[in-house]
Write a protein that binds this ligand. Sequence first.
Ligand SMILES: [Fe+2]
Length: 210
Amino acid sequence: MAPGRPPIALPERLSDVTAPVYGWWALAARDNDLTRQHAAEPQGQRIIVAGRLLEDDGRPIAGALVEVWQANAAGRYKHRIDDHPAPLDPNFTGAGRTVTDADGRYEFTTIRPGAYPWRNHENAWRPAHIHFSVFGRNFRQRLVTQMYFPGDPMMAYDPILQSIPDDRARQRLVSRYDLTLTKPEWALGYAFDIVVRGSHATPFEEPRSG
Ligand SMILES: [Fe+2]
């Protein structure tokens, strides 16, 4: 897909961020399908993740760059600092991007990421999650957050998710299984809306997080 709207201003401190930033000037058709970026399909449960990017009053944010990055189905990132003993998948990079449409809607096709161990505390495992980054039209800051999957028992033990004191705010980071997004014989669908500010805002990470 080609961007149909004028470019947005990028933040000044891109060098501060550690996660993928592709820019949006060369958006390719398969950038929002993480299962079609290599010669064959990746291993794992195929899923569709879709939702809307919204202002606090519910107005859609159109033309905004949305990026995602995630581990593969075995819980391994394609990144040199991830060296835990789970297999890499030659058909999965784990990064995608798209631009919201006139209704603020985005959609990705990917595979469900696996949980992965981290050394934050004894026997610590991150619940399955997908990292999101959004640039809106009406704010300069890049907003970064993580989407979780409903019913994941590891969410209760996750210091990152549990660092958000308000349970309602935590729940805004948990996607919803959605039969209308689910495609028969093809993929499970998860809905995840992102609200950029206000009392119902999606919790975001500090600007340096990645
Ligand atoms: Fe992660």
